[in-house]
Design a protein around this ligand. Structure first.
Ligand SMILES: NC(=O)c1ccc[n+]([C@@H]2O[C@H](COP(=O)([O-])OP(=O)(O)OC[C@H]3O[C@@H](n4cnc5c(N)ncnc54)[C@H](O)[C@@H]3O)[C@@H](O)[C@H]2O)c1
Length: 264
């Protein structure tokens, strides 16, 4: 028996990275899946998930587009009957100190990461409210909990997603709907690779790995496993929680004492 047997999950950002890994883990546990993304893809984790799940609708849609989101979700609900679990994983990186970031870039990051989370959740919640049952998981970030140099728009968007998650948990708790966030640390995905490809950022990557207490980047499946827990009935008393999955990045700092103690 799978942990997601009988459940229908919609994953945004399903074509890549964490979203695709979530789709695969949910399908491996017997769940039906549907995906939304601006880019189309048929291989990798998403392709493997589709091969397991069978009928897995995929809609090419921008999460910032309210009408597009509405019609895509209507079609998915028509095909699969309902949506029990929503994973909001569509997201973009971007930032710079506040005087360096353009208005367009500020809007792009806030709109995809925050407005997109709201728009998709708003559309899916209607059916969940009717059935008085549902489960939403927003992929936030450790950068929504603490600052990061040059983070600005990205950190602001993820901090807002965490607060939105808590508000949704309050608003819908009595309606049988759980809402949680997962806050990944630094995870090996195309989004992170794109950031580290920027000139001069290779050394930053090494310092981030050093600041991660487990001494490595995370894998998408390690985030998907946390999402799977929250999406499953094993987390039946968990709502309004922002779960950090970061290899110890936010645990604290090492200043050389570990080395003195022979622990490095
Ligand atoms: N990789 C990390 O280190 C990391 C850390 C913390 C949080 N996150 C968050 O995890 C989520 C997934 O990121 P990832 O690392 O898997 O990145 P990714 O780039 O591999 O995947 C993101 C997906 O979102 C899609 N997307 C982007 N804009 C969209 C839009 N407007 N509408 C629909 N789809 C859109 C992309 O096409 C892509 O397929 C994001 O919200 C990201 O902020 C990632």
């Amino acid at each position: 028996m799978g942990r997601m047997d009988g459940k229908v999950a919609l994953i945004t950002g399903a074509a890549s990275g964490i979203g695709a890994a979530c789709a695969l883990r949910i399908a491996q546990e017997g769940g039906q899946i549907a995906g939304l993304d601006v880019q189309e893809i048929s291989d990798g984790d998403w392709g493997e998930a589709v091969a397991l799940a069978g009928d897995a609708p995929f809609k090419k849609v921008d999460v910032r587009d309210g009408d597009g989101v509405r019609s895509a979700i209507a079609e998915i609900e028509w095909r699969l009957g309902r949506i029990d679990v929503l994973v909001n994983s569509a997201g973009v990186a971007g930032g710079g100190a506040i005087h360096m970031i353009s208005e367009d870039d500020w809007d792009r990051v806030i709109d995809v990461n925050l407005r997109g989370t709201w728009l998709v959740s708003r559309t899916v919640i209607t059916g969940m409210l009717e059935r008085e049952s549902g489960n939403i998981i927003n992929i936030a970030s450790v950068e929504g909990i603490e600052g990061f140099e040059g983070g600005s728009a990205y950190n602001a968007s993820k901090g807002a997603v965490i607060t939105l998650t808590k508000n949704m948990a309050i608003d819908f708790g009595r309606k049988g709907i759980r809402v949680n966030a997962v806050c990944p640390g630094f995870i090996r995905t195309p989004l992170l690779a794109g950031t580290f490809e920027l000139e001069g950022l290779e050394e930053v990557r090494d310092r981030i790995v050093d600041a991660t207490q487990l001494g490595r980047l995370g894998q998408p499946v390690e985030i998907a496993n946390a999402v799977l827990f929250l999406a499953s009935d094993e987390a039946s008393f968990v709502t309004g929680h922002a779960m950090v999955v970061d290899g110890g990045y936010t645990a604290g700092h090492r200043f050389g004492v570990s080395k003195m103690m022979g622990l490095e």
